[in-house]
Design a protein around this ligand. Structure first.
Ligand code: OSB
Ligand code: MG
Length: 368
């Protein structure tokens, strides 16, 4: 396609309940959306960066700036691009993977809409729907946690993930295990809140039969995760650390991770996410699709990704109502603990532009 303009929208969407992790508490999703206007139609992409640089170094205002000042001009300079060319066009910019991923997704959406092909078909989806899990934030107390988890179990979620941090780990895990029973899938995510000094403490999680422990230590410290993996029976799964296919292969080779959380935004785009999936499949390493509180735009693409064969564990692909009272696309609704892979061209999701306009926190930027 030939990109004629790039439009950047920044909107705020209230969350149905605050979402607390070891890195902070959010009450609204501050989202950056990218619309590419091309000679063969429009495409939309969602940037997964958070409002503040507390999950990764990227954040919404930084992504906004790097797209406006570097990525969009580079794309407009390229005469004609396919999504597969976008990473090359952007390679002069170091890092900024979430910003790059959002623009690549928008180009892919435009390209596939024009061709009448869905993300699922293009990615190589092997199933019409995907198993869904839910990521449960840190609660003010155990009673509120159990009430929230019960609600999700009633809605049909096939796996529960608890956010943990020092001081909020063994007790909530024990209480939830007791509530959901020994066979229900349960895992935890520390978002880098621990250090190697906590290895003996983390070993106590082994008695709860967890599917995995996600990212206990800082992003750069692969060696610490190797030490933990040797010390505990619970499988270690990396999230923040996995920034590319090469990093994923290295972490697997070093036995730092035996399961991988794949997030397209964190690795620079859906095409790189597919390469990580392929590398993991080759090595018999199970993967699952992570989430970043996406709107329907990113969710549609995530669900398509999660339909690839190596995604054998339920992902953080929850229904729209777990996050928002109203989504900016049609809602994703769980049926029997699953979400359907959208079948329409591109992401298959239709952006409700009147809501994008209504929820904007600043005027749209148009880059031509
Ligand atoms: O670590 O997986 C994470 C949300 C924001 C940033 C990081 C993470 C998360 C989640 C929520 O766990 C997943 C979701 O439901 O989208
Ligand atoms: Mg995580």
């Amino acid at each position: 396609v030939v990109v004629e303009a790039v439009e950047l929208h920044r909107i705020a969407m209230p969350l149905v309940r605050p979402f607390e992790t070891s890195f902070g508490r959010q009450t609204a999703r501050d989202v950056l959306l990218v619309r590419v206007i091309t000679d063969s139609g429009d495409g939309w992409g969602e940037c997964v960066a958070m409002a503040d640089p507390v999950y990764s170094s990227e954040y919404v205002a930084g992504c906004d700036a790097v797209i406006r000042d570097y990525l969009a001009p580079a794309l407009l300079d390229a005469s004609t691009v396919r999504a597969a060319d976008v990473a090359g066009v952007f390679s002069f910019v170091i890092g900024h993977r979430m910003a790059k991923a959002a623009v690549e997704a928008a180009v892919l959406d435009a390209q596939l809409r024009a061709a009448g092909i869905s993300f699922g078909e293009y990615f190589g989806a092997v199933r019409p729907e995907v198993d869904c899990g839910v990521s449960v934030g840190i609660s003010p107390d155990l009673d509120q946690l159990l009430a929230e988890v019960s609600g999700y179990v009633d809605e049909g979620y096939r796996r529960i993930k608890l956010k943990i941090k020092p001081g909020w780990d063994l007790a909530p895990v024990a209480a939830v295990r007791d509530l959901i029973g020994p066979d229900a899938l349960l895992q935890v995510d520390a978002n880098t809140a621990y250090t190697v000094a906590d290895i003996d403490h983390l070993r106590r999680l082994d008695e709860f039969g967890l599917l995995l422990i996600e990212q206990p230590f800082v992003e750069e410290d692969i060696a610490a995760h190797v030490l933990l993996a040797r010390a505990i029976d619970t499988p270690v799964c990396l999230d923040e650390s996995i920034t590319s296919t090469d990093v994923a292969i290295d972490a697997i080779d070093r036995d730092a991770t035996s399961i991988v959380n794949i997030k397209a935004g964190r690795v620079g785009g859906y095409l790189e996410a597919i390469r990580i999936h392929d590398a993991c499949l080759d090595r018999d390493v199970p993967v699952w699709c992570g989430g970043m509180l996406e709107t329907g735009i990113g969710r549609a693409a995530n669900v398509a990704l999660a339909a690839l064969p190596g995604f054998t564990l339920p992902g953080d692909t929850s229904g729209s109502n777990r996050y928002f009272a109203e989504d900016i696309t049609e809602s994703f609704v769980l049926v029997d603990g699953r979400l359907a892979v959208p079948a329409g061209p591109g992401t298959g999701a239709t952006v409700r532009t009147e809501l994008v306009d209504q929820w904007k926190t600043r005027p749209a930027h148009l880059i031509t």
